[in-house]
Design a protein around this ligand. Structure first.
Ligand code: 7TS
Length: 418
């Protein structure tokens, strides 16, 4: 399968953003008579042509079911699918392909751990510790689990900048803590959590650690072995890949001991009415015909970001974040929500007297796409005493000009409401 290398020169440490933008066909259109300014990559990233091509190529040339047929097409599809697993394994720094399970996204990954690991490992009185900045998908599955097992959900607080208060987190980790489930990068605030220290503290009491990497993998280099986490999850669509595909990484010894999540085809070794036995890892957790085009597109997306270099993407986005922060701070009546010292990719804010939805709607008329609302992080909104924020979020294809357009459009919003 061919890889599209973005047009950048090896000696150039800065990104040629215009060349990168040419890889993303969707960006080159007008919205409401204005050039599209896409600032909603935290919701989903746009897809480069090479990812679109990889998905189309699979359907045109190799479409077949995997792990089943003896025929050529099925062998090709299986090889593409398993090659994608090897790409993800390398990308995350996992030791073994058996530790890489394809799921729909972070939501399904966390539910898998809650159902399978949680129900077989937790008892009444055990504690699960999350932070106050979690996405609902890293809260609700644990609440359901607590209802079923009698376990207790504890919440580590955050400060006025939206950073984890580490001393209080440390104090909440105790003998009853079985799991720390924490977001790596917050979608509502942009905060990068000190995950190394979180893992160290959790391990000291023998607790397992799940990291929600939904907002991390497009911005930071991840190495699950160096981190030493037990579970790590990502969503392909936030990493320039297709929707409907994500990854759950889990340490092999934990995965081996965990019961299946869903039953059906492919996850069994043998079935009889007397006794059914499970397939080997990772197939034990992949019941039914999987999303096959998804991993193929995701692997192509990984090759795409790796060809640019995550370090360079991070440096580029850091520059944009600093630039955008200064611009927004200068907008009269604007308050940034999420000002932690360590941040990635997100500029959340409120405007005096203007509801976030009105901000979003007026910006849309100028061709500027942002997200408004609670961002599936209602506890964050409650912590800051606001119903909603407007959120501009960054991707590799954004330029300083995009933020100039945003700031200018915000001034017009204020004029409309004054
Ligand atoms: N965790 C975090 C931190 C997220 O930002 C999201 C999605 C999820 C989990 C769930 O991922 P999914 O792919 O399974 O849906 N966040 C957002 C967002 O910020 N705007 O739209 C979706």
């Amino acid at each position: 399968m061919s890889t599209t290398t973005p047009e950048i020169t090896a000696t150039d440490t800065r990104l040629d953003v215009e060349a990168i933008r040419r890889d993303f066909p969707i960006l080159h259109q007008q919205v409401h008579g204005h050039p599209l300014v896409y600032l909603d990559s935290a919701a989903t990233t746009q897809k480069p042509q090479c990812v679109i091509d990889a998905v189309v190529r699979y359907y045109r040339e190799h479409n077949s079911n995997v792990h089943r047929g003896v025929h050529w097409l099925s062998e090709q599809a299986t090889e593409d699918y398993e090659q994608a697993r090897r790409t993800v394994q390398r990308f995350l720094g996992a030791a073994d392909t058996r530790e890489i399970v394809f799921v729909r996204g972070c939501t399904e990954a966390i539910n898998l751990v809650a159902h399978s690991w949680g129900r077989s490992n937790l008892q009444a009185g055990d504690e699960i510790l999350v932070s106050h900045m979690e996405h609902h998908s890293n809260i609700v599955p644990w609440q359901l689990l607590c209802e079923q097992t009698g376990a207790v959900l504890k919440v580590a607080p955050i400060d006025d900048d939206g950073a984890l208060i580490f001393e209080q987190f440390e104090r909440l980790v105790g003998d009853r803590t079985r799991l720390v489930a924490m977001v790596h990068v917050s979608n509502a605030l942009g905060t990068i959590n000190p995950v190394e220290r979180v893992i160290e503290r959790a391990r000291a009491v023998g607790a397992k650690v799940l990291l929600d990497g939904a907002q991390a993998t497009a911005h930071l280099k991840i190495d699950v072995q160096a981190l030493g986490c037990d579970f790590y999850c990502l969503s392909g669509h936030k990493l320039y890949g297709p929707t409907g595909i994500g990854v759950l990484y889990g340490r092999r010894d934990l995965f081996e001991a965990m019961p299946p999540y869903q039953g059906g085809g492919d996850m069994i070794k043998s079935v009889s009415f007397e006794k059914t036995t499970w397939n080997d890892l990772p197939y034990k957790f992949e019941a039914g015909t999987p999303n096959i085009a998804g991993p193929i597109g995701l692997a192509e997306a990984i090759r795409y970001v790796e060809a640019i270099g995550l370090d360079r993407i991070a440096a580029h986005e850091r520059d944009l974040l600093q630039y955008g922060t200064k611009l927004l701070e200068a907008v009269d009546g604007l308050r940034l929500i999420g000002t932690a010292p360590s941040k990635a990719g997100v500029l959340g804010f409120v405007l005096d007297d203007v509801h976030a939805h009105d901000v979003g709607t007026i910006l849309d008329r100028q061709g500027v796409a942002i997200r408004t609302g609670h961002h599936c992080a209602q506890p964050v909104m409650e912590r800051f005493g606001i119903p909603a924020t407007a959120r501009a979020s960054l991707g590799v294809y954004n330029r300083r000009e995009d933020l100039d357009v945003l700031a200018e459009a915000l001034r017009e919003v204020i004029d409309v409401f004054r």
